[in-house]
Design a protein around this ligand. Structure first.
Ligand SMILES: CC(C)(COP(=O)(O)OP(=O)(O)OC[C@H]1O[C@@H](n2cnc3c(N)ncnc32)[C@H](O)[C@@H]1OP(=O)(O)O)[C@@H](O)C(=O)NCCC(=O)NCCS
Length: 155
């Protein structure tokens, strides 16, 4: 069945679900850094966009957190609920965050993904991201990360 999603800035009521998705789908085996308090600080921070893809029932099916610097932005956290993957939600969320960043004058987006996260690396590659470097032991000294980036000024 085809379902529709609305992408918009997260609201306070989304915070518990975003934190739970982070714990369940992103931070497995690494503790829980992105609890409700950390997500709430991002929602309140004017230099950080927390976006959700809302299902017809209003629940977030995916989310992304992007923090702005002067000319670059860091995609801190990004995920789609497992049952709703491969439906274009991740691509639509990322495009929304990138378009907002361009409007804010951001030229480059960078992010880190677990080196072993093949799905994420493929996803970002399909969205025009380039693998820049490997960061040894980036995750609590336990796991390597790959840093990826995308030049938003390139057409
Ligand atoms: C990575 C992730 C966000 C992708 O979300 P999604 O909504 O499934 O992505 P989309 O449906 O928009 O996929 C767009 C394209 O990315 C690529 N892609 C996505 N998932 C993939 C996978 N598991 N394997 C290979 N390619 C994949 C494909 O090219 C896909 O296009 P297609 O479906 O037409 O082949 C999702 O798998 C996820 O939440 N993973 C766990 C959390 C995570 O790894 N977050 C990112 C690191 S911080």
């Amino acid at each position: 069945m085809h379902r529709t999603y609305t992408i918009e800035l997260a609201q306070a009521r989304d915070i518990p679900r975003i934190a739970a998705m982070s714990r369940e789908f992103i931070e497995q085996g690494l503790g829980w850094r992105w609890g409700p308090g950390a997500v709430q600080r991002c929602v309140r921070d004017r230099a950080t966009n927390v976006a959700v893809a809302r299902d017809v029932d209003g629940a977030p099916a995916g989310f992304g957190i992007m923090k702005y610097g002067v000319t670059d932005a860091h995609l801190l956290l990004f995920g789609v609920a497992p049952a709703q993957r491969r439906r274009g939600i991740g691509a639509a969320l990322l495009a929304w965050l990138e378009a907002s960043a361009v409007t804010a004058g951001i030229e480059l987006v960078f992010l880190e993904a677990r080196a072993g996260n093949v799905a994420a690396r493929e996803f970002y590659r399909s969205r025009g991201y380039r693998e820049l470097t490997v960061l040894r032991g980036y995750y609590r000294g336990q796991e390597d990360a790959v840093r990826l980036g995308k030049d938003l000024t390139e057409k």
